[in-house]
Design a protein around this ligand. Structure first.
Ligand SMILES: [Zn+2]
Length: 176
């Protein structure tokens, strides 16, 4: 049982797995919703029995955490379990969605909140280093499109967010 005390517990009842999990995790993967604009909308999507993407295809997705524009954190999946956010990268990585649009930057509040999550993860899983992961086989802070097998479109989370990742590490190192 690993729940972040600074997050609102909003556990979903489907679209995650208690099996096939690799722990300790390799790190934290950054995502942008590019759809759900609020945490309640994201929770509702993750809770759907049938999730449909914009192109009409079905999916089964979830993340461990979600962060609203104003920095509020919700936890959807216990970090002992597997959230389905990045394909073959799901079993060994913790995932965080940020409400927003791909192509736009995270807010300062979102950067601070995700930095806090990374710091907390490092506390309970000390093998996760407070640095950027170089690729999907590395450890640390990663992002969805870091590996083509993780992201078909290669769009998430977008260049402005990738450029902000060092700031997230700085927040985590500051120990907030
Ligand atoms: Zn993503």
């Amino acid at each position: 049982m690993a729940m972040y005390e600074m997050a609102e517990p909003k556990l979903i009842s489907r679209n995650f797995s208690k099996t096939g999990v690799i722990r300790p995790p390799k790190g934290l993967v950054v995502h942008v919703t590019d759809g759900a604009r609020t945490l309640p909308a994201l929770f509702n999507f993750f809770s759907l029995r049938e999730q449909k993407l914009r192109d009409g295809s079905s999916t089964r997705s979830s993340s461990h955490f979600g962060i609203g524009k104003e920095g509020t954190i919700w936890q959807f999946v216990d970090t002992d379990h597997q959230a389905f956010a990045q394909g073959p990268g799901a079993p060994a990585w913790i995932s965080v969605e940020h409400c927003g649009v791909i192509g736009e930057a995270l807010t300062d509040e979102q950067i601070e909140s995700v930095g806090n999550i990374l710091s907390w993860l490092h506390g309970i899983y000390p093998s996760i280093p407070l640095r950027l992961a170089k690729n999907a086989r590395d450890i640390g802070l990663a992002y969805h499109s870091i590996d083509t097998s993780w992201s078909k479109s290669g769009r998430c989370p977008g260049k402005p967010v990738i450029a902000q990742l060092p700031r997230i590490v700085e927040f985590a190192l500051a120990g907030y």
